[in-house]
Design a protein around this ligand. Structure first.
Ligand code: 2P0
Length: 328
């Protein structure tokens, strides 16, 4: 006997950044965040729980991946089994429609799709509380990809994370803004986000200042979205990014996620802004730059940034939908 379901989810990019955890076991964030779910970068995942399967099996883009005990995928599947009250192992098939090798985040779309597919395959409810808990065990930013448009995720205070749920601030299609994803290099990052956050929490002298300012930035971001104030949202987007990288740079050893092209792209965006093209940069735990821009300026900006020396590719995304179930 087997039960199978397939779900898809899109990547999201934080405009107000999450960096640091208040509970590492449950993967609860120390700060709230605000993100845009993208209309591009999709992960599609099928899960089937099968009697007689000796162990969980995971295939990513046609390549088998070993699932170690204690790894994030195992934690999500174990939690699903525990809630469903069975011990059947899972066959998981996952595919990204983008090159993971380019170092683009795939964990948020990956774990949002896994949470929905696994919950459905196991016969669990698919309420937001259930899915957010499952997705977060995989990746702290994954609950944001459950919802579309612009999404806020509060840090919450409860020990079980029940008040740390994503909330949609504006649905996709309601605001003419875009995010350009500027690929500035190939290869994966040297220090993963979880490790970088923990290093920042334990060694960066700026960590407490980061926590304080991050809460204010989230409030600023929420107000900007409520007022549809693009400039205010852009300013807090850039500020939150620079604050996050400042706290990471001050860790021991220092976490420097940028390359030279990252800096050139940020400078180009600043220069274009001085010329009247309103756009704002943000960078995650890797070298690529994501640039927030009004839709009317997007094509011109993509052309300008594509011409920066060292830029490999510029992808364009609008606000996109939350996770959805695919018909079998
Ligand atoms: C974010 N990042 O808000 C921030 C900004 C990277 C920089 O969420 O350890 O896979 O699984 O909770 O969610 C990093 O990726 O980290 C991240 P974990 P996650 O988007």
């Amino acid at each position: 006997m087997s039960s199978r379901a397939t779900a898809s989810a899109r990547a999201n990019i934080a405009l107000v950044k999450y960096w640091g955890k208040r509970d590492r076991r449950l993967n609860l964030p120390a700060v709230g965040s605000l993100s845009m779910t993208l209309s591009a970068l999709t992960t599609t995942t099928s899960v089937s729980f099968e009697e007689g399967l000796p162990d969980d099996e995971f295939t990513l883009n046609d390549t088998p991946v070993v699932i170690d005990n204690g790894c994030r995928m195992r934690r999500v599947l174990d939690e699903v089994r525990s809630q469903a009250g069975f011990s059947k192992r899972a066959r998981v098939l996952s595919r990204n429609d983008f090159a993971t090798a380019a170092g683009l985040a795939s964990s948020a779309s990956g774990f949002a799709a896994l949470a929905l597919a696994a919950a459905r395959a196991a016969g669990l409810d698919t309420k937001l509380t259930t899915l957010a808990h499952l997705a977060r065990l995989g990746s702290g930013s994954a609950p944001r990809s459950l919802l579309g448009g612009i999404v806020a995720l509060e840090a919450g205070e409860s020990a079980d994370g029940s008040d740390c749920l994503p909330v949609q601030l504006t649905p996709e299609g309601s605001w003419e803004i875009e995010l350009l994803v500027v690929i500035t290099g190939s290869g994966s990052k040297e220090v993963g986000s979880a490790e970088g956050m923990e290093l920042s929490r334990t060694t960066s002298p700026y960590y407490s200042a980061w926590l304080r300012e991050a809460a204010r930035d989230l409030a600023r971001g929420r107000r900007a979205v409520a007022a549809r104030d693009f400039g205010a949202l852009g300013r807090v987007t850039e500020a939150s990014c620079f604050r996050m990288h400042a706290v990471a740079l001050a860790a021991t050893p220092a976490l420097l996620y940028w390359n030279g092209v990252t800096v050139e792209v940020i400078r180009k965006v600043q220069a274009l802004r001085r010329l009247g093209l309103e756009a704002y940069s943000t960078v995650d735990a890797g070298p690529h730059v994501k640039v927030l821009v009004c839709s009317r300026d997007s094509a011109r900006l993509a052309q300008e940034l594509g011409a920066v020396d060292g830029v490999l590719e510029v992808l364009t995304a609008r606000p996109g939908p939350g996770a959805w179930e695919e018909s079998e």
